[in-house]
Design a protein around this ligand. Structure first.
Ligand code: ZN
Length: 258
């Protein structure tokens, strides 16, 4: 078995890329399985469904010949994420996960982040990407910022949103029991804080059609707090506590994709 394999791309005419079988097999379970089959072990080449433009960055990661940090176009990142998944290449997937982390940290391109996240295996990261996307967009939009959200991805997102809504309903029972307030004898009381929270949560939960997945409680509770007799300082503190409660709700939400 020759150590080198020629990869014929789907370009017209086909282009040829050369790589070490051992290196490809070490970083991709799909290549490993392919090369272990009797007929392909003998073949000097394999044909792939990708163009050289799509494939080259992916191969450069497998062979360790790329420049760090990897600079790719938006389309380049999507191709890389897809190929990392298709060829089950952990090393490429970890680079995509790094890019998803960066995009989430910078609050950039929620649609691209979601598309990349749909190919990774880091459940927490994928969930964060889904929440970031839901914070900025509707689940049923087909094109966002020029990115096409495939029908399959929209279906997976819709299924996850249903589970997250159910989780929000259940998690509402964990609403904080104590709030910092001025005391019993003024309008700024624990009872007033609780009343505002319960009213807000019930309002949010009744309106299941338009539930806000990212922050299902605070946007309603804030309106109730503003109408309450809580003093400004304690109104802010109550809302801060509710936002922390919402952070726990997101941490404990079901993984994406469902
Ligand atoms: Zn107060």
């Amino acid at each position: 078995m020759a150590d080198e394999i020629v990869i014929r791309t789907s370009d017209s005419p086909a282009k040829e890329l050369r790589a070490s079988r051992a290196v490809l097999a070490a970083h991709s379970t799909v290549f490993k399985d392919l090369f272990s089959m009797p007929n392909t072990a003998r073949d000097a080449f394999v044909e792939v469904a990708e163009t050289v433009e799509e494939l080259a960055p992916f191969l450069s990661i497998l062979t360790g010949t790329y420049d760090e940090p990897l600079e790719l176009s938006v389309d380049g990142w999507v191709h890389l994420a897809r190929l990392a998944d298709k060829y089950d290449a952990k090393i490429a997937r970890s680079i995509v996960e790094g890019q998803v982390s960066r995009l989430l940290k910078d609050n950039e391109d929620e649609a691209l982040t979601l598309i990349l996240a749909s190919y990774i295996r880091d459940a927490d990261l994928a969930k964060d990407a889904a929440f970031a996307f839901m914070f900025a967009n509707d689940a049923d939009c087909a094109v966002i910022d020029g990115f096409e959200i495939s029908a399959d991805l929209r279906r997976r997102l819709a299924r996850w949103c249903t589970l997250v809504s159910e989780h929000a309903q259940r998690f509402a029972y964990n609403v904080p029991e104590y709030f910092p307030t001025c005391g019993k004898n003024t309008g700024c009381s624990d009872a007033a804080a609780k009343a505002a929270c319960y009213e807000g949560i019930f309002a949010a939960m009744r309106d299941t059609e338009s539930i806000n997945h990212y922050n299902p409680y605070s946007y309603r509770i804030e309106a109730c707090i503003n109408r309450s007799r809580l003093c400004k300082a304690h109104a802010d503190q109550v809302l801060k506590k509710i936002r922390a409660f919402e952070g726990e709700y997101r941490d404990e939400a079901p993984p994406f994709p469902a």
